[in-house]
Ligand binder design. Structure first.
Ligand SMILES: CC(C)(COP(=O)(O)OP(=O)(O)OC[C@H]1O[C@@H](n2cnc3c(N)ncnc32)[C@H](O)[C@@H]1O)[C@@H](O)C(=O)NCCC(=O)NCCS
Ligand SMILES: Nc1ncnc2c1ncn2[C@@H]1O[C@H](COP(=O)(O)OP(=O)(O)OP(=O)(O)O)[C@@H](O)[C@H]1O
Length: 200
């Protein structure tokens, strides 16, 4: 069974991913793959430099993610352009990794896909788990973690569908409004249900 793990920016997907891995569940991470496919010299890297120019590079030649983020979260057309370069590569690698995990005998595989709903990737997964935190907590946690001003954080929030809508469209919701311990309890409870469903 392939589960799509999604939510909004800073709702706690990475936090939940770490908890799942601790329970021995494989999690394929779209953000991590999106970082790997734009490493220096990869095809997506070349395409990004062609479109956005050398101004978005660090002195060592790697992509300056902060700078590219400032551009794409301030300009919807540029964000779409970046998505069109990066997303097909990310989907291809995710499929490969899911197949490898299933070949290794995994019955339950999670794919952490932040933009699952926005990119209409529902077809890639059997069920959808949304990690939820209300918008005001998303903002506060993002500002603290990334040292963003409120306006920078708001821009990133506006580039995604509202978290309330995602919650409504989920098969399962993990509410990360409370403490990490409360969240972990929900993760373990969900795994219990899924293991019962996938038992022979
Ligand atoms: C714009 C970039 C350079 C900013 O890098 P940065 O290191 O600051 O952020 P990071 O990659 O860790 O992403 C953090 C979060 O931002 C949100 N986000 C990232 N890209 C996008 C996007 N294109 N549209 C909307 N939200 C996005 C997601 O919630 C993601 O979890 C980077 O996010 C990127 O290359 N994005 C395009 C690829 C993408 O869509 N990745 C997310 C899902 S695969
Ligand atoms: N239950 C919680 N209580 C307090 N802080 C939390 C909780 N869960 C997560 N955080 C913090 O909130 C921030 C966002 O969490 P996390 O990085 O897991 O979110 P994410 O959804 O993976 O974010 P992104 O979409 O940006 O990748 C982090 O700094 C994390 O340490």
């Amino acid at each position: 069974m392939i589960l799509g793990l999604t939510g909004g920016i800073a709702t706690g997907k990475s936090t939940v991913t770490a908890m799942l891995r601790e329970q021995g569940i494989p999690v394929i991470d779209a953000d991590q793959i999106a970082r790997e496919v734009v490493e220096l010299g990869k095809p997506a890297y070349e395409a990004i430099v062609r479109h956005f120019g050398k101004e978005i590079l660090l002195p060592g030649g790697q992509i300056d993610r902060k700078k590219l983020g400032e551009i794409v979260f301030s300009d919807e057309a540029e964000r779409q352009k970046l998505n069109a370069i990066v997303h097909p590569e990310v989907r291809r690698v995710m499929r490969e990794e899911a197949e490898a995990a299933e070949k290794n005998g995994a019955k339950i595989v999670f794919m952490d896909i932040p933009l699952l709903f926005e990119s209409k990737l529902q077809h890639m997964v059997d069920k959808i788990v949304v990690v939820y935190a209300p918008a005001h907590l998303q903002l506060a946690r993002m500002m603290e973690r990334d040292e963003f001003e409120e306006e920078q954080a708001q821009k990133r929030l506006r580039a995604q569908l509202p978290i309330e809508q995602k919650r409504a469209d989920a098969d399962f919701v993990i509410d990360n409004t409370g403490s990490r311990e409360e969240t972990e309890k929900q993760v373990i409870q969900l795994l219990g249900r899924l293991k019962a469903e996938t038992a022979p």
